[in-house]
Design a binder for this molecule. Structure first.
Ligand code: HEM
Length: 222
């Protein structure tokens, strides 16, 4: 398909960033790897859970729940056989081998990130189409998706996938966009929204907003 015009190539790795394998399809994990918060290959589940707990900015029970949810997702990410589960639990998740694993919805998601790790701008525009202009607590307005709009977006993604969508995809999806909204959202309550500009930065530049990285321990210097 020759639609390079609407695709943003992974391009040269920006200064200070580490190249991320196309075998890692998760935008959140790609940003963690690119910026040295975790390695790109085998990462212990405790490390992943800790970092997501920190990124969430939650404390107490809320943070514990985030850590547990991350552990449960990561333990099944590379395969469901008993030997693989044991290996994941004891050594960690293999982040550059997530493609085609149990979490890969093969087009049942946003389709923003292609299998070649190229970002499709037209799919980011499609995501933006589900949002509205939201009141930024820091001032002004910006395009964003509230929880309800994220829900509508995910339902539309499943519908687009037609018969290919499996019954458990809605369960997997709960751990993706809604969790991103929880971590990166701006504003409170029903008005809380996921900024489309920040989603673009996450996918294209593999960067989390500074207010989120400020919650994380500094990555070891490279
Ligand atoms: C707080 C932590 C996490 C957040 C916020 C997050 C968020 C996301 C988002 C927004 C997507 C994109 C879905 C789409 O394009 O529709 C995604 C995809 C994915 N994530 Fe994560 N993720 C997190 C943790 C993890 C962990 C721990 C793993 C496994 C070790 C993982 C594996 C994946 C995989 C395999 C996909 C691709 C799904 C697909 O192609 O349909 N994620 N994630």
């Amino acid at each position: 398909m020759s639609n390079d015009r609407i695709m943003t190539a992974p391009g040269a790795v920006p200064a200070g960033q580490i190249a991320v394998s196309p075998g890692n399809p998760c935008p959140f994990l790609r940003a963690l790897v690119a910026n040295g918060y975790v390695g790109g290959h085998v990462v212990p589940l405790s490390k992943l859970s800790d970092i997501v707990g920190d990124a969430s900015g939650q404390t107490g029970l809320g943070e514990k729940k985030m850590r547990l949810a991350t552990w449960l997702v990561a333990v099944i990410a590379n395969g469901l056989g008993p030997a693989r589960l044991l290996k994941s639990a004891t050594t960690g998740a293999v982040l550059d081998e997530l493609r085609d694993g149990p979490l890969d919805k093969h087009g049942g998601g946003s389709r923003i990130l292609g299998v070649d790790a190229k970002v499709r701008e037209d799919e980011i525009e499609r995501l933006a189409g589900f949002g509205t202009d939201c009141r930024n607590p820091a001032g002004g307005t910006e395009r964003g998706l509230t929880a309800k709009q994220v829900d509508a977006f995910m339902k539309a993604n499943l519908q687009r996938d037609g018969d290919a969508a499996r019954w458990y995809f809605p369960l997997l999806m709960k751990g993706e966009w809604p969790v991103l909204l929880k971590i990166m959202g701006k504003g409170e309550g029903e008005a809380r929204y996921l900024s489309v500009a920040e989603v673009r930065t996450l996918f294209v530049e593999r960067r989390l907003p500074e207010r989120i990285t400020a919650r994380l321990p500094k990555p070891p210097s490279r």
